[in-house]
Ligand binder design. Structure first.
Ligand SMILES: NC(=O)c1ccc[n+]([C@@H]2O[C@H](COP(=O)([O-])OP(=O)(O)OC[C@H]3O[C@@H](n4cnc5c(N)ncnc54)[C@H](O)[C@@H]3O)[C@@H](O)[C@H]2O)c1
Length: 300
């Protein structure tokens, strides 16, 4: 497929990443079809796209968009819970369901049956091998990794990942599409965690290990990181934004393939997730809270 032929982008999953990806696509002129498992999640996603912490209304406040433009942009998105309806219309699919290989494979198998031949499949996985996800579809040449960053409307990078059988045409299309979406694409190799996730996982887990070892408090680790390295957020703030469940699943996958100790999920992270503390509820609907909230409860 050529970039000129991409009109409708299908986004699968309307959570933290999916709603931000959808927002970026409609803002840059594409039509979007957004699918999730229930209407409530889709309604929440539409609310976040318009009024959320990184939503379109923030651009109105900053004088970068006017209300007419917001209304026009919002007209470009449609939502559904029906895969039959969704699959008929999409030129490119960007999948953003939870970081669970079996779930992603099940969805791609279904999409492969239902979508037109020409439709290109991209996964926003943080680090599952693209070659592994592509085993589930016939169109292995039209399957690619498109790894966005959180918050999707704001962060400039897209890691584009070529699976073993991704064609040049698909890879180039994804590069061009990323640019049209206002992002900077860079190629990353197909290894568990690609480049950025390997890096961030080792870094964030190390912050948890420092805390587990009693070497520093959570607030101090965040503050020291910001002041010492000029990071905009500390590691615990960042984990609450990314989602602690996502951070756990990513480490489990990278560790399962590499057995390198820096990717082994710390026990504290597992306990947070098992207790329902999966991040900042503003970004993770249904979460009881983030790291600090958890420690107020278990270690007041
Ligand atoms: N959170 C981050 O910072 C971040 C950054 C980059 C990439 N990622 C990757 O993006 C993907 C999504 O992560 P997230 O943080 O947005 O997760 P999330 O849990 O916030 O959202 C996932 C969404 O997928 C939906 N979903 C589940 N099953 C579905 C199905 N069968 N059909 C349609 N929708 C379904 C869920 O209802 C949910 O709304 C993961 O692969 C993650 O590793 C996450």
């Amino acid at each position: 497929m050529k970039i000129e032929n991409v009109e409708v982008i299908g986004v699968v999953g309307a959570g933290t990443m999916g709603h931000g990806i959808a927002q970026t696509c409609i803002k840059t002129g594409f039509a979007v079809y957004l699918i999730d498992v229930d209407r409530d999640i889709l309604e929440k996603a539409l609310g976040l796209i318009r009024d959320g912490p990184f939503g379109l209304m923030k651009l109105v406040e900053r004088g970068k968009l006017n209300m007419n433009q917001v209304n026009e942009i919002m007209k470009r998105i449609k939502t559904t819970t029906d895969y039959d309806e969704f699959s008929k219309k999409v030129d490119v699919v960007i999948e953003a369901v939870p970081e669970n290989p079996e779930l992603k494979k099940k969805i791609f198998r279904l999409l492969d049956e239902k979508c037109p031949e020409k439709t290109v499949f991209a996964s926003n996985t943080s680090g599952i091998l693209i070659t592994e996800l592509a085993t589930t579809v016939k169109r292995k040449d039209r399957f690619v990794g498109m790894h966005w960053f959180n918050p999707a409307p704001v962060m400039p990078l897209i890691e584009v990942v070529r699976g073993s059988l991704t064609s040049d045409e698909t890879f180039n299309l994804t590069f061009e599409l990323s640019k049209k979406l206002g992002k900077t694409p860079i190629e990353a190799k197909d290894g568990p965690g690609f480049y950025t996730t390997r890096f961030i996982t080792a870094y964030l887990y190390e912050a948890i290990r420092l805390f587990e070892a009693g070497l520093a408090e959570i607030n101090d680790i965040d503050e020291m990181t910001k002041l010492a390295f000029r990071h905009p957020q500390g590691p615990f703030e960042l984990m609450d934004l990314i989602g602690l469940d996502t951070m756990l699943h990513i480490g489990e996958y990278i560790y399962s393939l590499t057995r390198e100790p820096q990717y082994k999920p710390p026990l504290t992270l597992r306990k947070l997730v098992l207790s329902g503390y999966i991040g900042d509820p503003r970004f993770k609907p249904g979460s009881r809270g983030g790291c600090r909230d958890y420690f107020k409860v278990v270690n007041p």
